[in-house]
Design a protein around this ligand. Structure first.
Ligand code: PLP
Ligand code: COI
Length: 350
């Protein structure tokens, strides 16, 4: 690490959106003939891959998303990266791709964060370093079959809030007529193809003024699944915290953490179970979308059955439960609060 690498970039950290910004280094490893290379750090952001690559034609491709944050004392912290490594491995198995060993995943993540230290937003800026690991099937191919070689890459980008606004702003969701994932399909893994199919739902949601689409289960179209890029958490009027149980949704690291915090820190009853939206709508006091990019985004209103339905205080204020959960979660992530769960892990910079 040179002194130049340690000098922070001169960015308007507080006003970053969620978009790609080219940083200096990325990590690349390749798989061929049954084994992974040890991986190397490179500067080139453009990839040269064969035009027949299964990632391009048949969507044999997947990714992960996690963040690094700067703590008050300057330490750089990852949040539950082991769960992202595990999920990438589950995704790879589902898509007949070689799984990335946890050690290689962590090496790629840590090296890329360390090498791009200058791009990690400072503590208190409200921004963080988004880490995007991806795994793609490459090489000459035409028929429908798995690739014969694979690239694992990790790049990073400093980001602000995912939805427009700052910090904890209210969002709205629109129930879409399209399905995202079938019960025995690929909804429970982070396959890029799931997202391509959702672009039209997001566009339609945005056309009626919502931030993004809200999906119902595709078998019965009755139960809540998730939002386009986040899971859903509910605070019911009886004080229970509920999250939809579904075989077709991504097992969100953020949601799993929130459920622990609600139970252990707030002493609330928590349930993971199917949620029949129309039947339970009036029981919901607060709703939030949650994920690495979304953090905890309280939902003020949803568009369902041709009309808007509002939650806490007519959808005009962030409710107290989601506010508390947001504080608990983000304080742990930023090292501002004791982490009794061992969720944060320091990336040693030099
Ligand atoms: N659901 C979908 C479809 C997502 O893309 C994401 C983002 O990763 C999530 C949920 C939230 O998952 P996590 O909290 O692990 O980021
Ligand atoms: C994340 O939250 O990490 C995601 O992958 C969501 C993505 C659509 C930005």
């Amino acid at each position: 690490m040179t002194a130049n690498n340690l000098k922070k970039k001169d960015l308007d950290w507080g006003n970053l959106g969620f978009s790609y910004m080219k940083t200096d280094y990325r990590f690349v490893a390749t798989w061929k003939d049954g084994s992974w290379t040890e991986g190397e750090t490179i500067t080139e952001e453009m990839m040269q891959i064969h035009e027949g690559s299964p990632a391009l034609h048949y969507g044999q491709q997947c990714f992960e998303g996690l963040k690094a944050q700067t703590a008050k004392d300057g330490r750089v912290l990852l949040f539950r990266a082991d769960l992202n490594a595990e999920r990438l491995s589950n995704t790879a198995n589902r898509l007949l791709m070689p799984s990335v060993p946890k050690e290689l995943f962590m090496k790629g993540v840590e090296e890329t964060v360390r090498n791009n230290y200058a791009w990690i937003p400072p503590h208190g800026s409200g921004a963080s370093l988004y880490i995007r690991p991806l795994l793609i099937g490459v090489g000459e191919n035409l028929g429908l079959r798995p690739a014969t070689s694979y690239e694992f890459r990790v790049f990073v980008s400093p980001v602000g809030p995912y939805y427009k606004g700052t910090g904890l702003s209210l969002i709205s969701l629109a129930v879409t007529d399209y399905d995202r994932a079938a019960p025995r399909g690929t909804g429970y893994v982070k396959a890029g193809a799931n997202y391509a199919g959702g672009l039209l739902s997001t566009k339609s949601a945005q056309e009626i003024g919502a931030n993004e689409a809200l999906y119902l289960d595709s078998a019965e179209r009755k139960y809540l699944d998730e939002a386009g890029s986040a899971n859903i958490v509910l605070s019911l009027k009886d004080g229970t915290i509920v999250t939809p149980k579904s075989a077709a949704i991504l097992p969100s690291v953020t949601r799993r953490s929130i459920m622990v915090l609600a139970k252990e820190e707030l002493g609330l009853t928590t349930e993971e179970r199917p949620v029949e939206l129309l039947k339970e709508l009036t029981k919901i006091e607060e709703m939030a979308a949650c994920g690495t990019a979304a953090v905890i985004s309280p939902v003020g209103k949803i568009f369902v059955n041709g009309q808007w339905h509002t939650f806490y205080k007519d959808g005009k204020e962030v409710g107290p439960t989601m506010l508390k959960l947001y504080e608990l979660l983000t304080q742990i992530q930023k090292g501002e609060r004791q982490d009794p769960y061992g969720w944060t892990q320091e990336v040693v910079i030099s």
